[in-house]
Ligand binder design. Structure first.
Ligand SMILES: C[S@@+](CC[C@H](N)C(=O)[O-])C[C@H]1O[C@@H](n2cnc3c(N)ncnc32)[C@H](O)[C@@H]1O
Length: 248
């Protein structure tokens, strides 16, 4: 089997679920769940992407993929395969059974949105459907690895950070910002029997990643906070952490 997916031809935009609001050549603006357009420089840590090779974990509709590519990056993205799909939280089947079939359909339409936007942008970005906990060596080495709003959805987030650290000189992690967690290296369990949050495992402090990036030898670590818009109405604070192997 080939390492990278063959582009899917998506015949109708109506068969897409857009996670990102995007301006697509020849199509116009499509409205998605998150609009990162005005804050994308902050979201991506104000890095230069010219002549870089970028590993991106979890592209969703690919707004960041195509934006980094537009800025000069050659991008390889990793997305969950259809089966087993996400790392859903281990709730009993009474909780998961009703939600998983609609979720699978949203994922099918989300993947369609990536390929629809890929075609509209005439993108050369590559996509590997596979296991971010065990990336294949054949994907090679990278200048930058981006893990943006994906680690919260993963049971073992630090294993994914390690996988990226083995392959990239600079790591970028974006997550929701929770002021009450700041000051300690904390990873708080999000789901409970009451909230039944089956798609999110963790809330992180910035200290949690700063400390762990140091452990991995990424000694120069910068942190920034920025706000981004969800469903065209609500603004949420997020942090971006950039770790590189240079000395602090
Ligand atoms: C919340 S979206 C974030 C999209 C984009 N990175 C951003 O910051 O706007 C999470 C994305 O990560 C993907 N994802 C979730 N778990 C993953 C995993 N274990 N490996 C790779 N991708 C994953 C989801 O399918 C989705 O595309």
């Amino acid at each position: 089997m080939s390492l990278y997916a063959e582009p899917r031809t998506v015949f109708s935009i109506d068969d897409c679920h857009f996670y990102h609001t995007m301006d697509l050549p020849g199509v116009g603006t499509v409205i998605g769940d998150w609009d990162l357009r005005t804050g994308v420089d902050d979201y991506l840590g104000r890095l230069s992407f010219a002549d870089t090779r970028v590993l991106e974990i979890g592209p969703a509709s690919g707004y960041l993929t195509f934006e980094m590519e537009r800025r000069g990056a050659s991008v390889v993205s990793i997305e969950v395969p259809d089966d087993p799909g996400w790392d859903f939280v281990s709730f009993p089947s009474a909780v998961l059974d009703p939600v998983l079939p609609p979720r699978r359909e949203i994922m099918r339409r989300l993947k369609n949105s990536y390929w629809f936007a890929h075609a509209a942008n005439k993108s050369r970005a590559k996509l590997h459907y596979g296991d971010a906990y065990n990336l294949p060596d054949a994907i090679g080495e990278f200048d930058i690895a981006l893990m943006a709003n994906v680690l919260l959805h993963c049971r073992a987030p630090l294993q994914i950070v390690e996988q990226c650290a083995r392959r990239a000189k600079t790591l970028v992690i974006v997550e929701m910002f929770y002021p009450e967690l700041e000051g300690s290296s904390i990873c708080r369990l999000a789901p409970s029997a009451e909230n039944k949050q089956w798609d999110t495992w963790w809330h992180f402090s910035t200290d949690f990643f700063r400390q762990y990036l140091g452990v991995l030898g990424f000694l120069k670590v910068e942190t920034a906070i920025s706000a981004h818009t969800h469903l065209q109405t609500t603004s949420y604070p997020m942090f971006t952490i950039i770790g590189s192997r240079e000395q602090a």
